[in-house]
Design a protein around this ligand. Structure first.
Ligand SMILES: NC(=O)c1ccc[n+]([C@@H]2O[C@H](COP(=O)([O-])OP(=O)(O)OC[C@H]3O[C@@H](n4cnc5c(N)ncnc54)[C@H](OP(=O)(O)O)[C@@H]3O)[C@@H](O)[C@H]2O)c1
Ligand SMILES: [Zn+2]
Ligand SMILES: [Zn+2]
Length: 351
């Protein structure tokens, strides 16, 4: 075991503060990574504040962070994919049972025995896993991905969650040229959704509650932007969408978007608000529409997404911050005031 510097929350109401945590020494299949950047996902805030208590109650202390990029500092004797000095990424998963049908099909995100990067029972050290708001992490190589070397590292970090979470459902629901795709909520996930929908060739429409994001949405690749609080502007798109990706972190009216789907259209929820949303069955019945959800993606698809980003030069638009600014960043997330992902420069943890 060795000590790592980190930031943790010790209760649902306490701000994140410096701490020291234990990391395991790398065993034969492990990769030890010096963390260079970690994105701030809205899920980090939900978890630090125990907002998902009904589904996954937070265990404290909680060290959030699952958008991790860094440099390999050591590898176990059986590791084949990485060597010291390589760039490496870790997303939301650090382990699974590897034997269930989901794991065998490459869908580790659906494994009933998965270990999330933070807040899940740690099979090695006991207690719970600690995430990327830290200077290092040790992960089995099966759950470590390779990073295209030419991309900006601070801007790559958010791909590990915001990237795969938006890429995976678009691939699943067949987003491609000729399709009309809506992205609801221009935050960390939403802005990656716009980039992917555009790169996949779809006609991309952004729905935002923030009028000041219109120009950015167009620059990010949207063909149209709709101010979602304007009922007339919404009505113009009634019955026209093949697919809508809902990336909203708070309570909102999903029926207004179901109304915009074409026959057999699908709306996928990736946003995970604290409280249940209300759904009108009639909105689905007339038009045989569907609503579904989607969690992150498997390891193979995460690597595919990173390679796609490498080929298309796609990264996140980031505001790089020091770890000491993390609590302020959380308050800004709650005000939809992020353009469009905070990425923590872990050099700030060294001082
Ligand atoms: N399914 C998964 O695997 C997965 C993975 C990662 C995150 N998530 C969840 O996805 C959600 C979004 O995460 P994020 O990191 O992208 O968050 P974020 O950066 O805070 O973005 C959320 C966006 O939602 C919109 N919004 C916020 N409050 C709203 C309200 N009251 N009404 C309508 N729109 C509102 C805002 O966009 P506008 O300003 O454009 O309106 C905001 O920028 C979170 O709930 C997170 O936990 C799920
Ligand atoms: Zn996340
Ligand atoms: Zn499994």
């Amino acid at each position: 075991m060795f000590n790592a510097k980190a930031y943790s929350a010790t209760s649902s109401t306490s701000p994140l503060a410096p701490t020291v945590i234990a990391r395991r020494d790398p065993s034969e299949n492990d990769v030890q990574i010096e963390i260079l950047f970690c994105g701030i996902c809205h899920s980090d805030l939900h978890m630090a504040r125990n907002e998902w208590s009904s589904v996954m109650p937070t265990v404290y202390p909680c060290v959030p962070g699952h958008e991790i990029v860094g440099r390999v500092t050591a590898v176990g004797s059986a590791v084949t994919k990485f060597k010291p000095g390589d760039l490496a990424g870790v997303g939301c998963l650090v382990d699974s049972d590897r034997t269930c049908p989901e794991c065998q099909a490459g869908f580790e995100q659906f494994c009933p025995n998965q270990t999330l990067t933070y807040g899940f029972p740690d099979k090695h050290l006991g207690g719970v896993t600690y995430g990327g708001y830290s200077d290092s992490i040790v992960v089995d190589e099966r759950f470590v991905v390779s990073i295209p070397a030419h991309l900006n590292l601070a801007a790559v970090a958010p791909l590990l969650c915001a990237g795969i979470t938006t890429y995976s459902p678009m691939k699943h629901w067949g987003v491609t040229r000729g399709k009309k795709v809506g992205i609801v909520g221009l935050g960390g996930l939403g802005h990656m959704g716009v980039k992917f929908a555009h790169a996949l060739g779809a006609h991309t429409v952004v729905f935002t509650t923030s009028p000041n994001k219109v120009d950015d949405a167009l620059r990010l690749g949207a063909d149209e932007v709709v101010f979602s609080k304007d009922p007339e502007a919404m009505q113009k798109h009634a019955g026209s969408f093949d697919f809508i990706l809902d990336c909203v972190s708070a309570d909102h009216d999903i029926n207004a978007y179901i109304h915009l789907l074409a026959r057999d259209g699908n709306m996928t929820l990736v946003g995970a608000p604290e409280k249940p949303l209300s759904l009108s069955s009639f909105g689905l019945i007339f038009g045989r529409k569907s609503v579904s959800g989607s969690p992150i993606g498997g390891l193979a698809e995460t690597q595919e997404m990173l390679n796609f980003c490498g080929e298309h030069n796609i990264t996140s638009d980031v505001e790089v911050i020091a770890i000491q600014q993390v609590n302020e960043a959380y308050e800004r997330l709650l005000k939809s005031d992020v353009k469009y992902r905070f990425s923590i420069d872990m050099a700030s943890l060294k001082g």
